[in-house]
Design a protein around this ligand. Structure first.
Ligand code: FMN
Ligand code: 173
Length: 372
């Protein structure tokens, strides 16, 4: 590598994280890094991955490996997508534009958050035909919700990821201590201030009265009254596949099927919502038992490297969502950083597959795993 030693990009997750800590102010860093309460859930996510050990099979001619997967009729280079992460403008001036460009260059699906720092059309515009999904926080206003769905579909997002584990905000002690409130930062309302239905509800355009826009956003964003019976509304307003993100309970997996979800994301939101919660990986097998292959089950929370991906897929997940690691890449080196973090994950995945005797995603199963 030709870079001078001091400027080399990090390699390990711990290094990316510590470099991000040094380039970001405390408020944004703690917001990204932190979680609910005592942050036990964040630790448990890692313990769950450590509790499974890989058990390689040898002499299996691993000269050719292929990590491609097909989901909803589209083929991707690996069972990995970039998790929806809010307000990326706090990590880098280009925010989602940098992450989306890096994802597009590698063909990795980018899942854009509802509360992005850039409007969904602007993000789509830098991605060409590259794969992208839209994550929906379902606002407490049917006109705005329908409008967001319409715009996402028009801008080429090919699936809706409905996040259901945030009826209200989590108890995040670092943010409280720092006095850091992403809503007051005003970073996450790009999709709202550009939305015709949202703008129609303001007396003055947001450009003239930003405070009024923030306040309207604040009044419609959370939607704690949502229930399963509301789901048909989404179906009515989009033709795209709908995945439900934030399932941790077997009963809810059953309900997701009954209400016609096209996919499930087993997730505890990276430990940001409920402290003392179960790890996503720990409930994945139970959820899979209920779903029995009828729809894809994805998972996130705690994935840090190639072996983690193999563990989740070997337990039966169709794909994983990669979260904090790429945001640290973004903070440290923008688009280049995100690209590097993904490439490292892919190379690690490929090498670890070979060393485990695994040639394809289809070959990953429990025979490669043992519980500690
Ligand atoms: C800073 C940050 C912001 C997030 N914002 C969103 C969001 O807007 N929508 C959403 O569905 N999930 C959001 N999540 C959760 C991620 O999509 C994902 O579930 C989580 O990051 C997985 O945990 P991990 O990053 O520790 O692997 C966010 C996570 C972080 C760290
Ligand atoms: O911080 C988060 O985890 C998150 O999902 C979120 C939700 C609403 C606004 C900003 C971030």
């Amino acid at each position: 590598m030709s870079q001078p030693a001091g400027q080399q990009l990090p390699v390990s997750y711990a290094e990316w994280e510590s470099r991000a800590r040094s380039v970001l102010a405390k408020g944004p860093f703690d917001y990204i890094d932190g979680g609910a309460g005592y942050e036990d859930t964040i630790r448990v996510n890692r313990e769950a991955f450590r509790s499974w050990r890989l058990q390689p099979q040898v002499l299996r001619n691993v000269s050719k490996r292929d990590a491609r997967v097909t989901l909803f009729g589209k083929t991707y280079p690996a069972p990995v997508m970039l998790a929806p992460i809010s307000i990326q403008g706090i990590a880098h001036p280009l925010g989602e534009l940098a992450s989306a460009r890096a994802a597009a260059a590698l063909g990795v699906p980018f899942i854009l958050s509802t509360v992005s720092s850039r409007p969904l059309e602007e993000v789509a515009a830098v991605m060409g035909n590259a794969p992208r999904w839209f994550q929906l926080f379902w606002p407490n206003d049917p006109d705005v919700t329908a409008s967001l769905l319409r715009r996402a579909e028009a801008a080429g997002y090919s699936a809706i990821v409905l996040t259901v584990d945030l009826p209200v905000y989590g108890w995040r002690e670092r943010d409280i201590r720092n006095g850091y409130n992403p809503f007051q930062v005003g970073e996450g309302i790009a999709n709202f201030v550009t939305d015709p239905a949202f703008r129609a509800k303001l007396r003055k355009p947001p450009e003239q009265d930003w405070q009024a826009a923030i306040s309207l956003f604040g009044s419609i964003f959370f939607h704690p009254s949502l229930s399963w019976a509301d789901l048909p509304f989404l179906r009515l307003h989009t033709k795209l596949p709908i995945l439900i993100k934030g399932i941790l309970n077997m009963q809810d997996a059953e309900l997701a099927l009954r209400y016609g979800a096209d996919g499930i994301v087993v997730s505890n939101h990276g430990g940001r919502q409920v402290d003392g919660e179960v790890a996503s990986l720990d409930v994945l097998p139970d959820v899979l038992d209920i779903v029995r292959g009828r729809i894809p089950v994805l998972m996130d929370s705690g994935i840090r490297n190639g072996p983690d991906v193999i563990k989740a897929i070997s337990l039966g997940a169709s794909a994983i969502l990669f979260g904090r690691p790429y945001i640290y890449g973004l903070a440290v080196a923008g688009e280049t950083g995100v690209g590097r973090v993904i490439q490292n994950l892919f190379t690690d995945l490929d090498l670890t597959m070979a060393n485990c005797g695994i040639r394809s995603i289809a070959e990953m199963n429990r025979t490669f795993l043992i519980r500690r």
